[in-house]
Design a binder for this molecule. Structure first.
Ligand code: FAD
Length: 369
């Protein structure tokens, strides 16, 4: 099939890579000026793959998509041409003395929402020291064994390069003004495809009621610091996490502010996030702040992901805080729906001599209401 994708963020790149692997001809359009322009939220994300911890603010749908995606990521990573820093050694929830009340509220909520076998497991101080010797401030810790992380910058680059190597054409500096069944409205006019995907994130307005939720993160350079897995501090006021990356980098994130302001990080977020990070890993005191970044998470009114499919078009949006966690399962579902429609049309083709020899595009156009 000839597939057109509006948006080259996380979803657009993953869709393009998987669709090309499935044998489709793919064009991707994005207003970003070039392949490395860090416009998409996918670049900024810390890359936590946290189906259980995210249950604090998400439901079973996100959990199920997350678990499926955790199983899909290793296969995707193995198919990509360059590494993506995928780690699946679990993550830790941590709480300071004095914050036990709010921490236990969250842990109890996760225990109530997570299915058997996925609930947080309390750690003794000795086990915590063994797992993460650099963690020294907190008085309580819980392990979430199924969780992990991905290096989002490496993954965004690997997805584009590997998709391009399989024939995907990326059209940079090319906004899509409107997405309709089988058609993208480009600056030079409408262009027809057998199928189109609308994955423009916050750029999908007014066709999707999406808003941007500001998030800020920091990159710390901490040579010699041994951190093996993501850490999340259960704090009464802030959601703070630390994610280790190769090259002695630790990502500290993230604020969550109801604003579409993309300006640089604020002093308040800097003080709050970095003070909290230092309080759980005191060795970070001498780390260097090498980078900070803000971006907008695409969210729908109910903060849940949404997939809308009709003949000739699929829209996916609202990945909010969970894009890296759930994208593989959403993309798998979207491409399977396409496949089954193709198979359905093949069946029709076989049973109808009149249609023998028609291209998939004609049959799908015929299926458009
Ligand atoms: C600070 C921060 C931390 C995060 N941490 C995590 C995390 O730890 N774990 C996790 O799972 N998720 C995390 N996320 C969320 C994750 O990044 C998003 O859910 C994900 O990027 C959404 O993917 P997307 O493809 O829908 O949108 P995006 O990645 O934002 O991509 C949208 C693309 O559409 C393009 N576009 C816009 N307008 C148009 C147009 N008119 N035509 C064509 N293209 C257009 C944009 O240029 C962009 O490239 C975080 C996000 C932020 C901001």
């Amino acid at each position: 099939m000839k597939i057109g994708i509006a948006g080259a963020g996380l979803l657009g790149r993953l869709l393009a890579f998987e669709a090309a692997r499935a044998g489709h001809e793919v064009d991707v359009f994005d207003p970003a000026p070039g392949v490395d322009a860090h416009v998409a939220a996918g670049w900024t994300a810390a890359g936590m793959l946290s189906p259980v911890a995210e249950l604090e603010c998400a439901g079973s749908e996100v959990f199920d998509l997350g678990l499926r995606s955790l199983a899909l990521w290793p296969r995707i990573a193995a198919a990509l041409d360059t590494p993506v820093g995928l780690r699946q050694d679990g993550s830790l929830l941590l709480a300071h003395r004095g914050d036990e009340g709010s921490a236990h509220r969250v842990v109890d909520l996760l225990k109530a929402k997570a299915p058997d076998g996925y609930a947080p497991a309390a750690l003794t101080p000795a086990v915590l020291r063994e797992l993460e010797p650099a963690v020294q401030g907190p008085s309580q810790a819980w392990l979430l064994p199924c969780e992990g992380s991905i290096h989002t910058v490496q993954a965004m680059a690997a997805l584009t390069d590997s998709a391009a190597a399989r024939g995907v054409r990326f059209h940079w500096g090319t906004p899509v003004a409107q997405v309709d069944a089988g058609e993208l409205l480009l600056p030079k006019g409408p262009q027809r495809f057998d199928w189109v995907f609308d994955v423009r994130g916050t750029g999908a307005r007014p066709q999707m009621p999406v808003r941007g939720v500001r998030g800020e993160i920091f990159w710390l350079h901490a040579p010699g610091l041994q951190l093996r897995r993501p850490l999340r501090l259960l704090h009464p006021r802030h959601r703070v996490y630390l994610v280790p990356r190769e090259g002695d980098i630790v990502i500290v994130g993230a604020s969550e502010i109801e604003s579409e302001d993309r300006s640089p990080v604020s002093l308040r977020s800097t003080v709050e996030l970095l003070a909290a990070a230092h309080s759980i890993v005191p060795e970070l005191a001498e780390a260097r702040i090498v980078h900070s970044e803000s971006n907008l998470r695409p969210a729908l009114p109910d903060n849940l992901p949404r997939v809308e499919t009709q003949a000739g078009m699929t829209r996916i949006n609202g990945l909010f805080r969970h894009g890296w966690l759930i994208a593989p399962a959403l993309v798998e579902d979207a491409l399977e729906a396409l496949d089954s429609r193709l198979r359905g049309n093949d069946e029709k083709e076989r049973s109808s001599p009149r249609r023998r020899g028609f291209s998939a595009s004609v049959l799908l156009d015929a299926a458009t209401p």
